[in-house]
Design a protein around this ligand. Structure first.
Ligand SMILES: N[C@@H](CCC(=O)N[C@@H](CS)C(=O)NCC(=O)O)C(=O)O
Length: 230
């Protein structure tokens, strides 16, 4: 199995969506090789030129792209490993987990982007700077500098938006309960992205979310912690 992943200037694997899959592979005890890429290399992953994003995996002669599709594929291809997304395709549990993924995307990823986007740009390999700046500035309709400006006064609003995580963590050490599950990996990816891309502290140290993130960094012999912080 090959995992195609992005690296920054320090060779850190910073992609949030890729961390979901890295944690899923560890949860299942599956081994794999990593193929490191810059943003500029992503269009060349597919031998036939089909659109690919990071993460993409290659297994048994086939490529699977999109983190959700990859985890579903792993659940099906390795039925003797613990499942991460509930069984039947249209089960209520899988829909609720997908809803949580949408919350991660719209609240965590978007909120973190507003705090660290310029730092993230600066952490990338210089060959990626021009592409990253022009593609992201087109999406956000501002300069990266303006987008990140004022973060010290805005970070409190981001921290308030984490209340659903705090409420969930009142029931156990992980969002999924006593043991970590895919909901944990979805949220973990977002905070790991921030940790690897910027020295800015998006979490307060006395927050239960901070304690949970530290627990996630320790999982699987410190898989997440081994990737050095920005
Ligand atoms: N929904 C996709 C999103 C994947 C995605 O957007 N990946 C980013 C990197 S984290 C990417 O490949 N970007 C390529 C680009 O911006 O050119 C997933 O969960 O895998």
């Amino acid at each position: 199995m090959i995992l195609y992943d992005l690296v920054n200037q320090k060779q850190a694997h910073f992609s949030p969506n890729s961390w979901r899959v890295r944690m899923a592979l560890a949860h299942k005890g599956l081994s794999y090789e990593v193929s490191d890429l810059l943003f500029g290399g992503v269009p060349r992953i597919s031998p036939t030129g089909e659109k690919r994003t990071i993460p993409t995996i290659e297994h048994a002669g086939r490529q699977v792209t999109d983190s959700w599709e990859i985890v579903r594929y792993l659940d099906d291809a390795f039925p003797n490993t613990p499942r991460l997304i509930a069984d039947a395709t249209h089960s209520a549990e899988s829909h609720v987990l997908k809803f949580f993924q949408y919350w991660v995307q719209t609240t965590l990823h978007a909120g973190i982007a507003r705090l660290v986007m310029l730092d993230l740009h600066n952490s990338l390999h210089p060959d990626d700077h021009a592409y990253f700046r022009s593609s992201r500035e087109k999406q956000i309709q501002k300069t990266l500098e303006d987008f990140q400006a004022g973060r010290e006064t805005r970070v409190d609003d981001f921290r308030k938006s984490l209340q659903p995580l705090r409420l969930a963590l009142a029931h156990g050490p992980f969002v999924s309960g006593d043991q970590p599950g895919y909901a944990d990996y979805l949220a973990f990816g977002a905070f790991q992205w921030a940790r690897l891309s910027s020295p800015f502290k998006v979490l307060a140290e006395d927050d239960v979310v901070h304690a949970w993130f530290e627990r996630c960094l320790d999982l699987y012999d410190g898989l997440g912690r081994r990737e050095l912080a920005a």
